[in-house]
Ligand binder design. Sequence first.
Ligand SMILES: Cc1ncc(COP(=O)(O)O)c(C=O)c1O
Length: 307
Amino acid sequence: MQKIYLDYNATTPIDKEVAKAMLPYLTDYFGNPSSTHNFGYITKKAVENARKQLAALLNCLPDEIIFTSGGTESNNYAIKGSTFYLKDKGKHIITSSIEHPAVLEVCKHLESHGFLVTYLPVDEFGRISIPELEKAIRKDTVLITIMHANNEIGTIQPIDEISKIAKKYGIRFHSDAAQSFGKVKTDVQELGLDLMSVAGHKFYAPKGVGALYIRKGTKLEKFMHGANHEQNLRAGTVISPSSIISALHEAIISTSESLAVIERTPFFAFKKKLPNIASVCFFSTTPLISERGCNKVSRCILNIIYI
Ligand SMILES: Cc1ncc(COP(=O)(O)O)c(C=O)c1O
């Protein structure tokens, strides 16, 4: 029996082109990008190329990106780094009740260190309410962290509207884009974010590589202590001896191409491709598509009921 893998939100295979691009960096070009000799220089060039490519996709400057080990680390650094840096200003955080554990567990941990967290409820489509968000803001609110696309039902939160509220009250805004980067547009200027997390293995790069966008001027308390890597923001030999970074670079290129294809594909064309199915219901997302337009759900994250 032929097995079909349908769990691409959990992880993706490494793209064959990506694997091909990685190979020389695993064997021949293995230098530490921080080394000042030629071996280091070659890998540093690959790392910085990847950074530029990612910056172009996110519409930010290359030095506003640090490479991390994935979505979990990026979320941890964004949330803990922000709240510890801002703790004298206030200790209140706002998030949603449907975040990934890589955010919820960080918030719970911070509660045990005296921080206060508001978990906003969501409606039947998985969206938070902007008036409720505004009501939840207090004098001591220092961070709003709301995911971009939800990993279970694909709901896209109104990030641009949330960022307007965050700006109005001078509150820092982070979003976990692990499930949206490479699938829907993630322009950090349009979204108005201060911090955004990216996870490589959700878009055909290897596991254990990711990125954190940090808007210029956004100060974080250091999370990984050690040598002066990644602009002294993340200690540890730059991830990951550029084989991985090169892979991320290639993945980004193939992702940006496939993003254009996804954007051109009519949403319900997918339905036609499912053989021998009497009826398919796009669970929880259908009303959003018909009533409020396709941009409210990720076309790559579908929850389907076979009837
Ligand atoms: C929304 C979301 N955030 C964070 C993560 C964690 O990312 P990583 O596995 O790269 O640590 C995941 C992974 O499933 C996710 O779906």
